[in-house]
Design a protein around this ligand. Structure first.
Ligand SMILES: *Cc1c(COP(=O)(O)O)cnc(C)c1O
Length: 418
């Protein structure tokens, strides 16, 4: 709060498409999709209409002992679209609650299966899976954890296949497999106590958009099968088309035991999360004794308004052939960004689907803040992580808006003396 004395909050009055407008009618291009949630722009007429229609019918009903049309439809649609075998949906209200649900369900599965000693989890170095206590326990960001060390449970991390760490000239795939070999060693030694391996497929967002080769995921799936450890794919940020396919796991042609979705699932409108899982997991809870069941609830689980926003979002994917049109947009952005790629102060320019990132060689320790403030003056909402600048724009961004984004970013780098 003290920082805001010199860096005031930006009050936003309205949004339209990729633009946010403040009360003086200054505009900002939302290059981070309001923290990675927005897909089809602010105030999207089709999502607005779906929510408004639902509002006239049913705003909410509890999802215990009751059900409703939007949640049934959404579950069926997701089952059809997700990697084969993920036929069961459990709803939560945000990303962190999806992580909690998956961790609990995994450990409870092993307990129900006569292996109660499997209670540990592993994650990648620099992983991010949310900030409630359980999720924080599998998150590897020191700044977020430090103050709560005594409250969270300890879990091991394994080396991240982040391509930036590859040896000079080493192929990303070769490097990914080299990292997977370390996962293998860890599983070999500890599998008897490990319930699950949780991972952000293809891109580790909070690690600074660390991107890696899908060969790692394929190998991780094999190893998890071999050592009887669940694979939890946290697609909260990378699902819903972000990496170029509807789900990132598709690129490795794998089915995880748990698939977590949130953020973009409602197009960035309302909080909702879903944990998709397999029949094998479902069956372990299918019993007469109540204690074998998965007893976990959130008041707003499967909220009908949020489900309708999600259904409208899926409708847009189908009607507008979004994945193909994103491929064309990504190619266009990569062409326009050529001067950025070769900029003397820019390193590791990289792209996966509709995510771009690069590091800036800067003398300023407070680069992120300076860049954020200067970007606002240049009509961009840019939110660097350390010296990593990234673009994760809403999919409705036009070619003209892409030109603007790249042109302004180059000006900002010049002004910062980078
Ligand atoms: C944002 C995020 C979460 C947490 O979601 P919240 O809705 O913010 O709790 C978990 N995992 C990943 C990969 C995320 O990007």
């Amino acid at each position: 709060m003290k920082r805001h004395e010199t860096l005031p909050l930006v009050p936003i009055q309205r949004g339209e498409g990729v633009w946010l407008y403040d009360f003086d009618d200054r505009r900002y291009l939302d290059t981070v999709s309001s923290w990675w949630v927005n897909l089809f722009g602010h105030s999207n007429p089709r999502i607005n209409a779906a929510i408004t229609d639902q509002l006239g019918k049913l705003e909410h009903v509890m999802l215990a002992g009751f059900t409703h049309e939007p949640v049934v439809q959404l579950s069926e649609r997701l089952r059809e679209l997700a990697p084969a075998g993920l036929g069961h949906c459990f709803y939560g209200s945000d990303g962190a609650s999806a992580t909690e649900i998956a961790l609990k369900m995994s450990a409870h599965y092993w307990r129900n299966s006569g292996r109660p000693q499997k209670t540990q989890f592993i994650s990648l170095q620099n992983s991010y899976h949310g900030e409630t206590l359980g999720a924080l326990s599998v998150t590897d960001v020191a700044l977020f954890k430090e103050a709560y060390g005594a409250l969270i449970f300890q879990n091991a991390t394994v080396v991240s296949p982040d391509s930036r760490d590859a040896a000079e000239g080493e192929d990303a795939r070769v490097f990914a497999l080299r990292c997977a070999a370390q996962l293998e060693v860890h599983l070999q030694q500890h599998h008897a106590s490990i319930a699950a391996f949780i991972i952000e497929p293809l891109v580790q967002g909070a690690a600074g958009m660390a991107m890696y080769h899908h060969a790692y995921l394929r190998r991780a799936r094999e190893l998890c099968d071999q050592y009887q450890v669940h694979l939890i794919a946290d697609e909260i940020a990378v699902g819903m088309g972000r990496t170029g396919t509807l789900f990132a796991c598709e690129q490795a042609a794998i089915t995880p035991d748990f698939l977590l979705l949130s953020k973009g699932i409602t197009g960035g409108y309302l909080p909702l999360s879903v944990v998709m899982t397999t029949d094998a997991i479902y069956q372990a809870f299918y019993a007469d004794e109540v204690a074998r069941g998965f007893l976990h609830s959130h008041s707003y689980t499967g909220n009908p308004l949020a489900c309708r926003a999600a259904l409208a979002t899926l409708d847009i994917f189908a009607a507008d052939d979004v994945l193909n049109s994103n491929r064309a947009k990504a190619a266009y952005l990569n062409r326009v960004a050529a001067p950025l790629r070769v900029h003397p102060k820019v390193k590791n320019f990289r792209n996966t689907g509709m995510i771009w990132a690069f590091e800036v060689d800067t003398p300023h320790a407070d680069f992120a803040q300076r860049c954020f403030s200067l970007a606002l003056e240049h009509e961009l909402l840019l939110r660097p992580m350390g010296n990593t600048v990234y673009f994760m724009p809403p999919y409705v961004i036009s070619e003209r808006e892409i030109d603007f984004l790249i042109g302004q970013t180059l000006k900002i780098l010049d002004r910062l003396g980078c």
